[in-house]
Design a protein around this ligand. Structure first.
Ligand code: MG
Length: 388
């Protein structure tokens, strides 16, 4: 049996509804290492499946979103956050006739490079790596899928398509962009990625600003009265109260949050449809050459989302309870990094090296790959004489 297949001819249902400006699977720029086509899946379905099966994906279950994993069983973790991003992105993609498989592959891999303990962990590791090129979680996600995963006989990493990797690299400093070739080019020229990549970026934001309100209320670090100062919440709360005047408690909170998510999604779809009509891109490269993203919220909704983000920053992410955990997290990361740098023999054999810059990067990879509880356990093993 032949190893190649004409997908468009064999599986027309997978192609039929894609808009001209979507990424079409038969026009993919391909993989770094050439592979025969799958007989049953498009390249982006295959990317998605590779991500789901990789170790870094399973680690997301035990990594912090805002709250450390063991603080409460119901708070979001990186894994449930990732699934929410994928759900929101897929449902918008279908409305815009974008490539849902690509959107899903990007969404499921967008946070693979996060350290334990969320942004506090990443900030601490970036400081530790100051003299060795720094640490950026976006670049780390790319490194995982390009190099660090060890699953396949003939290459390192997952050998994902260009388009999925383009979407994973959401941000990147100019310094690092210069070292990334084609993939880094748009950060130097100020151009855009595919609409699928732009979409996941905004779906990420829609997911977290909403689920952080939910987790913030559940943790009682936020209260309903405070949220009245936030326009998006206040507007949606009013609409819920109008329809269900007696609704209280968790059901009231969930109804309000789902109304907020819905408002954001509808606004995003309508605003984007307008931009697409204006530019009328007939292929994805026209999208890439724009200097502004086409997937956007309206100015009014973007301002409301920004206001909610600022509120969360002040009231939740800077809440002293969260700050205390962040401070402990930074302490753990720094102590681990310094201990391993001082004596690399403390590292598992696979991570030991003779070159100092390479050793620093290997230690960063080791620490970044840890789950919250593994990092805490490793800290205890290194610094608590009663632990082995
Ligand atoms: Mg995210």
């Amino acid at each position: 049996m032949s190893n190649t297949i004409d997908f468009a001819a064999q599986t027309p249902h997978k192609y039929r509804e894609l808009a001209p400006y979507a990424v079409h699977p038969d026009q993919s720029r391909g993989r770094r290492y050439a592979e025969p086509h799958s007989l049953s899946r498009t390249p982006f379905e295959r990317d998605r499946d590779r991500v789901i099966h990789c170790v870094a994906f399973r680690r997301l279950e035990y990594k912090t979103q805002v709250f450390v994993n063991h603080e409460n069983d119901l708070f979001r973790t990186r894994l449930t956050h990732t699934l929410e991003v994928a759900q929101i992105a897929r449902s918008i993609a279908r409305n815009l006739n974008l490539n849902e498989d690509l959107v899903e592959a990007i969404a499921l891999s967008h946070d693979l490079g996060h350290t334990p303990f969320g942004h506090a962990g990443q900030d601490a590791l970036n400081i530790c790596m100051r003299d060795y090129g720094g640490f950026e979680h976006n670049l780390q996600s790319l490194l995982i899928v390009e190099e660090l995963e060890q699953r396949y006989a003939s290459f390192n990493g997952l050998n994902l398509t260009y388009e999925t990797r383009e979407g994973i690299l959401k941000h990147c400093s100019r310094k690092h962009a210069k070292q990334l070739g084609e993939l880094g080019q748009r950060f130097i020229t100020g151009q855009q990625p595919s609409l699928e990549a732009q979409l996941v970026n905004l779906a990420d934001e829609i997911a977290y600003i909403n689920h952080d309100v939910d987790d913030g209320l559940r943790s009682q670090l936020l209260d309903l009265a405070q949220l009245e100062a936030v326009d998006l919440w206040a507007n949606c709360r009013q609409s819920v109260t109008q329809h269900y005047p007696d609704l209280r408690g968790r059901r009231f909170i969930h109804e309000t949050i789902r109304t907020m998510i819905n408002h954001l999604i509808i606004d995003l779809i309508q605003t984007t449809q307008q931009h697409i009509l204006e530019i009328n891109p007939d292929n994805v490269d026209v999208v890439r050459h724009q200097h502004q993203a086409l997937i956007r919220l309206s100015d009014t909704m973007a301002a409301q989302a920004a206001q909610l983000k600022q509120f969360l920053f002040n009231a939740l992410y800077r809440h002293h309870t969260v700050m205390r955990m962040n401070s402990k997290a930074k302490h753990i990361i720094k102590k681990l990094f310094n201990a391993f740098m001082d004596d690399p023999r403390l590292l598992p054999a696979d991570y030991q090296s003779d070159s100092i810059p390479y050793q620093a990067r290997t230690i960063a990879n080791y620490i970044a790959g840890m789950t919250d509880r593994y990092a805490i356990k490793e800290y205890q093993r290194l610094f608590n004489v009663n632990e082995i």
